[in-house]
Design a protein around this ligand. Structure first.
Ligand SMILES: Nc1nc2c(ncn2[C@@H]2O[C@H](COP(=O)(O)OP(=O)(O)O)[C@@H](O)[C@H]2O)c(=O)[nH]1
Ligand SMILES: [Mg+2]
Ligand SMILES: [Zn+2]
Length: 319
């Protein structure tokens, strides 16, 4: 069903009014004497503007945040005070374990695992994988690799050899095929009781994999849009979904196709986690590990302690 321009304009106007009203409530609640005895702890499911959808004991509360507290995002734990008819006011943000930022903007909080999805088609590229790993390491976020579409490979031995490099560097690698349903059940068990984010370039099968985990995702997106009374606005905002087989998914179109920001040389170096034991062991304190004599990183490459492909990728990434 397509809406006429006038209908669209009216819907947008109504939504703008709702947001303005929510902001006024948030402002007035700054001076309201809220009874902290009635405060509950909740999980932020999604945010749009000043409005938050907070889950507590399986119930959803449409909340406004007090203006004086830091903005919360999907995955945050908050203290909130239920008011009436399923609404509430967020009064405090609980401490975060970690957060995912993109271009200085906070995207999600309290993420347990990132999953970098790559595929046989479009064919994985080491340098792109390494860039994602560097971002995750610098954000202190555990990251795993998923190799999808394995049924398209005619040389799985080669694929396994390629990724053994990442396994030796300390990363967990899952090989699966959504299409052929290979290793899907096993993969689901890896997600239990944790909050996850999937990312990776377009076409690798993220949507397919997510639909496999949460078959009624589109329905839920609509349900949340209705609950938050913000309509279509919420379909693009980062949202936490419960996975029926266990665990949570924090997702939005923006999160999935997460653009990589520029990295500094310092971030790049600290993003290669298997280099760590050798840092500080070079002859020169300011060694850039390129062509300096008695470089511990280069020696480790020569001794087979660092994979030459990863080292080459480091050289390609630094400026
Ligand atoms: N051959 C094959 N195709 C797949 C598999 N998983 C997903 N696809 C296809 O790859 C294409 C891109 O998938 P999509 O989930 O949209 O990727 P996204 O851009 O990462 O979200 C679609 O045509 C999917 O049907 C798989 O395991 N094997
Ligand atoms: Mg997609
Ligand atoms: Zn060095």
């Amino acid at each position: 069903m397509s809406l006429t321009r006038r209908q669209k304009w009216r819907i947008e106007k109504i939504q703008a009014e709702r947001i303005a009203r929510a902001n006024r409530v948030a402002d007035s609640s700054d001076t309201l004497d809220l009874n902290t005895d009635h405060a509950k702890t909740g999980l932020v499911i999604t945010r749009y503007g000043q409005r938050l959808l907070v889950e507590c004991d399986g119930e959803l509360f449409q909340c406004t945040g007090r203006r004086n507290i830091e903005l919360s995002v999907a995955g945050d734990q908050v203290l909130f005070q239920p008011t009436d008819n399923g609404e509430g006011v967020v009064t405090a943000l609980l401490e975060r374990d970690n957060s995912l930022m993109r271009s200085q903007k906070l995207i999600a909080a309290n993420i347990d695992e990132l999953w970098l999805v790559v595929a046989i088609e479009p064919h994985y590229q080491f340098e792109l994988i390494d860039r994602y790993l560097v971002v995750a390491e610098n954000a202190n976020l555990p990251i795993n690799i998923v190799v999808n579409k394995i049924e398209l490979s005619d040389n799985m031995d080669k694929v396994k050899r390629d990724f053994s490099m990442y396994e030796s560097a300390g990363y967990n690698v899952s090989f699966l095929s959504v299409k052929a349903q290979t290793n899907i059940a096993d993969f689901k068990t890896k997600l239990n009781e944790k909050a996850h984010i999937f990312l990776g370039q377009s076409g690798v099968g993220k949507s397919s994999l997510i639909n496999e985990l949460i078959p009624d995702l589109n329905l839920r997106v609509n349900e949340i849009s209705t609950k938050s009374k913000l309509g279509k606005h919420t379909t693009t905002s980062t949202t936490l979904y419960h996975i029926p087989s266990g665990g949570d998914l924090i997702d939005s179109p923006g999160v999935r196709e997460f653009q990589l920001d520029e990295l500094t040389d310092k971030e790049i170096l600290s993003g290669f986690k298997e280099f760590k034991p050798f840092i500080g062991q070079c002859k020169f304190r300011n060694c850039a590990h390129i062509n300096e004599p008695k470089c511990a990183i280069k020696t480790a490459v020569e001794n087979g302690e660092i994979n030459p492909i990863r080292y080459q990728s480091y050289l390609n990434l630094i400026h």
